[in-house]
Design a protein around this ligand. Structure first.
Ligand SMILES: Cc1ncc(COP(=O)(O)O)c(C=O)c1O
Length: 470
């Protein structure tokens, strides 16, 4: 038998060195410099525990994977059952039962009953690749539109519709015939769609980079225009799906079932964080155009698609979302969190805005008015335009044991996407910690100054770009 516990115990100490040596040296270095080189040994619900037993509140949520929290007992139990059943897994020339049931359940919770076919993937980016292929096959057009500042993953097709050029550097040329329009701008979208060469407009209902929330009429207009002008409306719910924004799907914050997307892509939270899995829900006519004849029945497929551990985890996740009323909880805890964090606006000149839907929340900072603080702000931004959030994130972690992230390159925005199972006490802890950290950052020679001194070196600039992930 492989003694996994012994293996872990023997290797916790050199884990950073192993990452540095074999996986991602730049990332290991960045983690060490910003004090994020903590040896986490256990996760439970919204908490992580280090090797000394210290508890941390995880507001990063594995990049929005852990909507149920880590190691949910129901999902774990379903996986154990699946293993004990010695399932026939991955027959490929067969019709597995669990994937059929999960597909039926996903369709039942889809924003519209018209989304009634499912393709299972292993990741969000693979779902986006699927959507690009489906849209081209269904419409006979090639052009793909996306929004500026969008993020849809980092595989070649998804990268071509990434609205942040930093991710594209060094990987060109990109997949052709992809263009960006400003997010939230209906007129700009209409101008492009009117050319009638657009296969699909692929859009996040709320943008992950920056946590950008669209104007009220945006998504209904997207749905209407795409329908009118013969393009597919693809909702990328990879990050926002499964209750994150206080609705099962973020698009439901604005659209009625009549304004349904033609394709909905989801992933991340579907398997409770245990097994990589994603799903692409599409209208039947779209699906039929792709799998248009018997000899095209595997024209789009993936080896590990429909694997039974992923399917079991997916079914258990949907069960928990329902039974524990997780979506409703995200809505109420999210409202409370935004309300409490918003008390910083007006109290601290550094804080520009707090915004969010459900538990997808952003705290945005801006240049303060006071001369001394303004000077520090300018210096830190001159050193590196991505550096300021570290002045908040580092003390949040070291002094208050809260793990969070910056919302993207060159943004003074901190993003919170915690597990949706937060308690009111957790919300109080986050709000209180932010208040204390921002208060201390608002002092001349506080953390802003310290971080500028500590991290401002040229050598670090490139490494920060690596650390800013989804
Ligand atoms: C909106 C969105 N789409 C797609 C992706 C890509 O998902 P994955 O990392 O699973 O490939 C992400 C990842 O963060 C995302 O946030």
């Amino acid at each position: 038998m492989l003694d996994l516990k012994a293996l872990l115990d023997q290797n916790h100490c050199p884990s950073l060195a192993l990452t540095e040596k074999h996986i991602n040296p730049a990332m290991a270095k960045v983690l060490r410099i910003i004090g994020y080189d903590i040896r986490f040994v256990r996760g439970q619900g919204p908490y992580l525990y280090d090797d000394k037993g210290t508890q941390y509140l995880d507001c990063l949520g594995g990049y929005a994977v852990f909507n149920l929290g880590r190691n949910h007992p129901v999902v774990r139990d379903a996986l154990k059952q699946a293993m004990d059943l010695d399932l026939p897994n991955l027959i490929k020339m067969g019709t597995p039962t669990l994937s059929g049931v999960l597909a039926r359940e996903l369709i039942a919770i889809a924003p519209s009953p018209t989304l009634d076919t499912v393709f299972f993937t292993n990741s969000g980016a693979e779902g986006i690749e699927t959507a690009i292929k489906y849209a081209r096959a269904a419409t006979g057009r090639t052009r793909i539109l996306h929004a500026k500042k969008s993020f849809h993953g980092l595989t070649c097709g998804a990268l071509a519709i990434n609205g942040n050029d930093e991710f594209k550097e060094g990987f060109g040329p990109m997949l052709g015939d992809c263009d960006a329009v400003p997010y939230g701008d209906v007129a700009a979208l209409e101008r492009e769609l009117a050319k009638k060469d657009v296969a699909a407009f692929i859009v996040e209902p709320i943008q992950g980079k920056g946590v950008n929330i669209p104007p009220e009429d945006y998504l209904p207009s997207v749905a209407r225009l795409c329908k009118q002008l013969g393009s597919l409306y693809v909702a990328d719910e990879v990050q926002t799906g499964f209750g994150r924004t206080g609705k099962m799907w973020a698009c439901q914050n604005w659209v009625s079932p009549a304004d349904d997307p033609d394709i909905l892509v989801c992933a991340k939270a579907l398997s409770g964080g245990y097994v990589p899995v994603g799903a692409v829900l599409s209208k039947r006519w779209v699906h039929d155009k792709v799998f248009s004849s018997l000899d095209r029945c595997v024209v789009h497929s993936t080896t590990f698609g429909q694997n039974e551990l992923a399917m079991a985890a997916g079914l258990a996740t949907l069960h928990v979302l329902r039974e524990e009323r997780i979506v409703e909880r995200a809505a109420s805890m999210g409202r409370l969190l935004v309300e409490k964090l918003s008390q910083m606006v007006g109290k601290y000149e550094l804080v520009k805005e707090v915004r969010g839907k459900g538990l997808m929340v952003a705290v945005e900072f801006h240049e303060p008015r006071g001369l001394m603080l303004k000077t520090q702000w300018k210096i830190i931004h001159k050193l590196d335009p991505s550096l300021f959030p570290q002045a908040i994130l580092m003390p949040l972690l070291t002094d208050h044991h809260i793990l969070a992230q910056t919302a993207g390159h060159h943004l003074d925005v901190i993003k919170l996407i915690p597990p949706l199972v937060l308690s009111e006490a957790d919300v109080d802890h986050i709000a209180d910690a932010f208040d204390k950290v921002v208060a201390s950052c608002s002092r001349v020679s506080g953390p802003m100054w310290e971080v500028g001194k500590r991290l401002g070196g040229q050598a670090l600039k490139r490494q920060f770009a690596t650390a800013e992930q989804t």
